[in-house]
Design a protein around this ligand. Structure first.
Ligand SMILES: C[S@@+](CC[C@H](N)C(=O)[O-])C[C@H]1O[C@@H](n2cnc3c(N)ncnc32)[C@H](O)[C@@H]1O
Length: 383
């Protein structure tokens, strides 16, 4: 058996400090799970028990407080700097636990902490923090694969094909083993509902709307715009991917009347004279790929200049964070607040994207795990 002095020589001071910290973190989690009174818990936090600690199952103090549904403690932990978006080994945040227990107060406290933190990060990143700042982790695309980097995506090849249900799909080959759907047929309902809400009662529908769509993909939304009772008077599509442009050529999109295709990224065209000379659009929609929230936020800043007037409408594919209920809710609220900042008020509605077909789209649908899609329709606020 090793003597105390042997052990002391085996561990460095840093190891001992780390052990002391993780012990204190574990004691805090255990105390919360055993519903200890709040005063001793406060004392543990004051004496340095780390709120970032997660046990072998990934449970943090905040997860524990959500499990025991202690609203006061959830507030205290958030105020003390608990990490709102830490996930346990089952990929659940504390907010997901509160949601599964129907505890609205705990859930809202954690969700609002997420919204505050994302708004702060976005403010900081708009003032250009160093690119390696840990602060911009959530808003910055750290993924340099074709899934998270536009440059890598644009130099990867895409394949238009049909799935086993006969639906057209557009696939991106990420590696020899993995293919990801850039656009899948299950999104058709979302696109249909979006076009309905953007166009059906638009006062200019009868004379043909002026439409701008960013990102062609399968052309689902563009085909729906073309199928309106009066086809658009002007229909501009911005698309950068060479394989998508080739597909558009093969499908005759370049020859359709009223269609103008701007080849390139929206970032290349958005403040060009060509777009601004249109005098504004009745409808603007954007649904790109491999871009993070920061790019969408930038796009929001151009929308007021793109819209023709108070009847004009804007929508975007609201898919960020949609692998997790809390993240999806946070991104939806952050988008709502950022659009309000540029003078656009959003009406949200729900589209049920499952309709009892949970596994119909298999792995390719993993990026959208929510049952309800939150559909945004924005309009310029009138004074
Ligand atoms: C998900 S698909 C759009 C699907 C489309 N809404 C539909 O109804 O079929 C995304 C498209 O955005 C394009 N894209 C990616 N980055 C872009 C960018 N920066 N500017 C414009 N389009 C972009 C992709 O090449 C792809 O064609």
């Amino acid at each position: 058996m090793a003597s105390t002095s042997d052990r002391a020589s085996t561990y460095s001071d840093e190891d001992v400090d780390m052990h002391a910290l993780t012990d204190a973190g574990q004691q805090l989690v255990d105390a919360i799970l055993s519903r200890a009174p709040i005063e001793p818990i406060k004392a543990m936090i004051t004496s340095g028990a780390p709120l970032w600690y997660q046990d072998d199952e990934g449970i943090s103090a905040l997860h524990a407080a959500a499990y025991v549904e202690n609203e006061e403690l959830v507030k205290l932990l958030i105020d003390e700097g608990a990490v709102w978006n830490a996930v346990d080994n089952l990929h659940n945040t504390a907010g997901d636990i509160a949601l599964s227990l129907n505890n609205e107060e705990c859930y809202t406290t954690i969700r609002n902490a997420g919204i505050r933190s994302e708004l702060l990060l976005s403010l900081l990143s708009s003032r250009a923090p160093p690119t390696d700042s840990p602060l911009s982790l959530v808003l910055k695309a750290t993924d340099t694969s074709a899934l998270g980097s536009t440059d890598a995506f644009l130099s990867s090849s895409l394949q238009y094909t049909k799935d086993e249900h006969g639906q057209e799909i557009c696939l991106l080959k990420v590696s020899d083993e993995e293919e990801v759907g850039v656009m899948m047929g299950w999104e058709r309902d979302i696109m249909q509902n979006t076009v309905q809400k953007l166009c059906a009662d638009h006062p200019n529908l009868g004379e043909g709307l002026k439409v701008l769509n960013v990102g062609f993909g399968l052309g689902i939304i563009d085909s729906l715009f073309q199928a309106l009772p009066t086809p658009p008077a002007m229909h501009v599509i911005i698309e950068p991917h060479p394989d998508v442009l080739q597909h558009m050529r093969e499908q005759g999109w370049y020859d359709k009347p009223g269609i103008k295709i701007l080849e390139g990224k929206w970032q290349d065209h958005i403040d060009s004279d060509e777009l601004l000379a249109t005098g504004g659009f009745d409808v603007v929609y954007t649904d790109t790929f491999s871009e993070d929230y920061k790019e969408l936020h930038k796009f929001f800043g151009y929308v007021p200049d793109l819209l023709a007037g108070p009847e004009s409408r804007f929508s975007f594919f609201n898919g960020l964070g949609a692998t997790n209920a809390l993240f999806y809710d946070v991104y939806t609220h952050v988008a709502d607040l950022h659009l309000a900042d540029v003078g656009i008020d959003v009406e949200w509605s729900d589209v049920d994207v499952f309709e009892g077909e949970d596994d119909r789209w298999g792995k390719t649908k993993e990026y959208f795990a929510m049952r309800l899609y939150r559909l945004p329709i924005g309009r310029m606020r009138t004074l």
